[in-house]
Design a protein around this ligand. Structure first.
Ligand SMILES: [Zn+2]
Length: 225
């Protein structure tokens, strides 16, 4: 799913969003440009010669060589949707702009859809975000530190050794100007060299430059290359 290439940046006002993505046609064009920046080519054979059909609301492409068909929304999270793309885009915009999350009830009100529909939209978008997050690896300059999540329980040890806390690696990637780009918080079984090795293998792009506060387990990053 290539939605990540359609940028709804943080400062985009609602009127500016509606001017760019207010109609189904604008949303379809944005989705097509996002999926096939160099123009459509059939996913199976790579052929760029196609017939354009319209099945229901959505553009359908038929490859001229193998005659197979695929649609603009096939293989995306909008596949088999009955909702207009403009409703989906507005939902993505609203969720991306909400600083403290958006309930299905909020979505229902703001999109003018039924509660079950709003709930389904929310579930699909959250799932897509989780999957995208899981695939994302930090690259470039990365600062990593050990962190703990959890409350203080009476009688527990304080600090790094506390048994009441879940250990995390918190890592932030920075651009060349030193501005933060992405953050990833990953629970780890503990701060062993092996745990940090596994974390680095999953969450870091090869060759990135990692700085940390020097806990010895962070040598696991070097082990992972
Ligand atoms: Zn073909």
């Amino acid at each position: 799913m290539a939605m990540n290439r359609i940028q709804f940046h943080a400062g985009l006002s609602l009127p500016a969003f509606l001017a760019q993505f207010g109609t189904d046609e604008q949303c379809a064009d944005a989705l097509e440009a996002s999926r096939w920046p160099q123009g459509f080519s059939y996913p199976g054979c790579g052929n760029a010669n196609y017939y354009l059909l319209k099945v229901g609301k959505h553009k359908t492409f038929q490859c001229k060589c193998c005659r197979l068909q695929t649609s603009l929304i096939a293989g995306t999270l909008f596949q088999s949707t009955h909702l207009a793309l403009s409703i989906w885009f507005l939902a993505i915009y609203l969720i991306s702009q909400a600083k403290t999350g958006l309930s299905a009830l909020d979505l229902k009100r703001q999109l003018g859809v039924s509660y079950p529909t709003a709930w389904l939209i929310q579930q699909k978008l959250m799932q897509a975000m989780v999957e995208r997050d899981a695939k994302y690896t930090l690259s470039g300059n990365v600062q990593a530190d050990d962190a703990y999540l959890g409350g203080e329980l009476a009688g527990g040890k304080a600090g790094r050794g506390s048994e009441n806390k879940v250990p995390f690696v918190a890592a932030i990637s920075f651009n060349s100007e030193g501005r933060p780009l992405y953050i990833k918080m990953a629970p780890v079984p503990g701060f062993s060299r092996k745990a940090v090795f596994d974390w680095a293998t999953a969450d870091l792009a090869p060759g990135c430059i990692v700085t940390s506060d020097g806990l010895s387990c962070f040598a696991g990053v070097t082990d992972a290359g």
